[in-house]
Ligand binder design. Structure first.
Ligand code: PGA
Length: 240
């Protein structure tokens, strides 16, 4: 893993955007794997600004998101479909048909899982953006998910639901299930960009750096990937 330490969230977002923009210049029809959560919002802001200034174009870019909540309509403000449109897609020149998230609304969740997994198998993600949960999850691959797991329906840990409660009115409203790319799908990306910011992630960073790869801490699998860049700000790195 290549580790880049930066001062703060602003610098982390800028650095991440530079790396994504560099790939987009080199490969204008690149496929990006995208993440939700608070961490990549700054990166998306930077990409929107670059796009609006004409420095990068998304016209040929394809995207695949890591995950989507089950039991929420796509139109719900906290669906990841809505999140991605609010924080990125509505402000850039991407084509809607090039945007992909698991479609949990079809009624048949297993069919949605199979469809997304097939799509992922037919494509190669050039760069996968990742955040990390305090419990080490990547996507919604919670602790003890096997490293060879493909796309699946996950029951979310209480800790994850509590972390995500801030986006909802109450814990009861936070969905209990999601469809997520599995660890195997994530590891198939050519390159991975993991972003970690803030004091609440300091223990997580320490564990990531010091632990042996184990399903107890899903992000540790990234040690098996040849091209991982981790950008960490000072607060997240404070226990190193
Ligand atoms: P966060 O979430 O960016 O909101 O901290 C990260 C994650 O749970 O993957």
């Amino acid at each position: 893993m290549k580790i880049i330490k930066v001062k703060n969230y602003e610098e982390l977002s800028q650095k991440a955007a530079q790396l994504v923009a560099k790939l987009m210049h080199k490969k204008p029809d690149a496929t990006l794997g995208l993440a939700t959560g608070s961490t990549p919002i700054g990166l998306y802001k930077q990409l929107i600004a670059m796009n609006q200034e004409g420095l990068i174009s998304f016209q040929q870019i394809k995207t695949y998101n890591l995950d989507e909540y089950c039991d929420l309509p796509q139109s719900h403000p906290q669906s990841y479909y809505s999140f991605m449109h609010e924080h990125l897609f509505d402000h850039i020149d991407i084509l809607e048909e090039n945007v992909h998230l698991p479609e949990c609304e079809c009624g048949d969740l297993q069919a949605a899982v199979d469809k997304y997994n097939q799509m992922l198998k037919k494509t190669t993600i050039d760069l996968q953006v990742l955040g990390i949960g305090r419990n080490g999850h990547i996507g919604f691959n919670e602790p003890h998910t096997p490293f060879d797991q493909e796309t699946f329906i996950v029951r979310l840990e209480e800790k994850t639901r509590i972390d995500n409660q801030r986006f909802f009115n109450s814990l009861d409203e936070v969905p209990k299930r999601a469809i997520t790319m599995g660890i195997k799908n994530i590891m198939a990306a050519k390159r991975i960009l993991l972003l970690i910011s803030g004091k609440s992630k300091a223990e997580t960073v320490k564990k990531l750096i010091t632990s042996e790869p184990s399903p107890d801490f899903p992000a540790s699998v990234l040690k098996y990937h040849k091209k991982v860049t981790v950008i960490i700000d000072e607060e997240a790195a404070s226990l190193l």
